[in-house]
Design a protein around this ligand. Structure first.
Ligand code: WQD
Length: 336
């Protein structure tokens, strides 16, 4: 029996593969490498001294996906594959709905055909509405404000309907907050294409002097220092959360959402300060206007995941900065 990881070559997928292999699971990975590198999987094998099958498959290719299920005794699926850039989703929404929603529909059809009804889904804190009060609980009102977040929200609703139609399914909907950092070895990490959308990879590229300075998008928010507050979580903590969620779905049925965050909010300038103190590298920055679509503050209540999954984040902001910098400084051009 093995665990199928879709999008296993990606940032969170590759870190989860490491944790699963270290826990003794057998895995099979599918990825279309549209936004990831096969090198990440070579490094996963190196880090764990384990081998596993890799298939270059686009989820929309039902026949190729069916073949993977025919060739492997799959017990459960952890589904990372999907597009995740908020700004890009506004420009090309159909591409996002096709990949994220239709891709998941195809996956569920093939799973059903092969009697595989255990699924961990990579959701996101962007499913919460902008009016939702912090700390966000799983019962906070939903209301995504961009096609990326709406695609995650739609898939959550589809999976809840799937469970209602057939109670033998077991589904965990994992709502990520802001994953940053890298595996402590520095061998795998975040490898954004082009100019990084997200804060931490931009900071590490400024630190590597690949970018001149950090643009801080707004310092007039109703927050302690005026800059945006987010719940940054170490990607290894996040990966371990997936292992716990897998354990849960292997021994129960249902369709439940879980926040995977630290429960702590930090501002942009707090992250910059923590990075400088941890690495000794200065981060020049300039204050610009707010980025459209951004909210002031977002952080989780992770109480449900602690209670139901026996999981909580253990790494702090300095760990995240140290590990992010080790990845960047030892892999200046990512997996290239
Ligand atoms: C964080 C803070 C920015 C870049 C996004 C996705 C979300 C999830 C995580 C997938 C904000 C500020 C950023 C920069 C800045 N991904 N910032 N300068 O927007 O909270 O969440 O990534 O699930 O879906 O929406 O993360 O890192 O882009 O921004 O000042 O160059 O940093 O304004 O306050 P975000 P982010």
């Amino acid at each position: 029996m093995c665990i199928l990881i879709t999008g296993g070559a990606g940032f969170i997928g590759s870190h989860t593969c490491v944790e699963l292999l270290n826990e003794g699971f057998d895995i099979v990975v599918i990825d279309n490498f549209s936004n990831s590198s096969p090198v990440a999987l070579e490094r996963v094998k190196e880090l764990t001294n384990q081998d596993f099958q890799i298939y270059d498959v686009n989820l929309l290719d039902k026949e190729k996906l069916d073949h993977v299920f025919k060739e492997n005794k799959i017990e459960a699926v952890i589904h990372f594959a999907g597009l995740k850039a908020v700004g890009e989703s506004v420009e090309i929404p159909l591409h996002y709905y096709q990949n994220n929603v239709t891709g998941t529909l195809v996956l569920c059809e093939v799973m059903k055909k092969h009697g595989v009804k255990k699924l961990v889904f990579s959701s996101s804190a962007t499913v919460y509405g902008t009016q939702a009060k912090v700390p966000l609980t799983e019962d906070s009102p939903l209301g995504a404000i961009n096609p990326y977040g709406r695609s995650k929200w739609m898939v959550e609703e589809i999976l809840r309907d799937l469970y209602i139609s057939d109670n033998s399914w077991s589904i965990a909907l994992l709502r990520y907050f802001n994953p940053i950092g890298a595996h402590g070895s520095g061998r795998i990490g975040e490898d954004p294409k082009d100019v990084p959308n997200n804060l931490m990879p931009y900071i590490t590229q400024v630190a590597a002097r690949k970018r001149e300075k950090l643009r801080v998008f707004g310092n007039d928010y109703p927050t302690p220092d005026g800059t945006g507050v987010r719940d940054y979580i170490h990607v290894v903590d996040l990966a371990k959360g997936h292992v716990k969620a897998l354990g849960k779905i292997l021994t129960s049925t249902g369709a439940e959402a879980y926040n995977l965050g630290t429960g702590v909010g930090n501002s942009v300038l707090e992250l910059v300060k923590a990075f400088e103190e941890t690495t000794g590298v200065t981060i020049p920055y300039e204050i610009l206007g707010r980025r459209p679509g951004d909210i002031a503050t977002c952080y989780a209540s992770p109480a449900k995941a602690k209670k139901d999954l026996g999981w909580e984040a253990t790494k702090d902001l300095k760990d995240m900065c140290k590990d992010a910098w080790k990845w960047q400084s030892t892999n200046p051009n990512g997996y290239e």
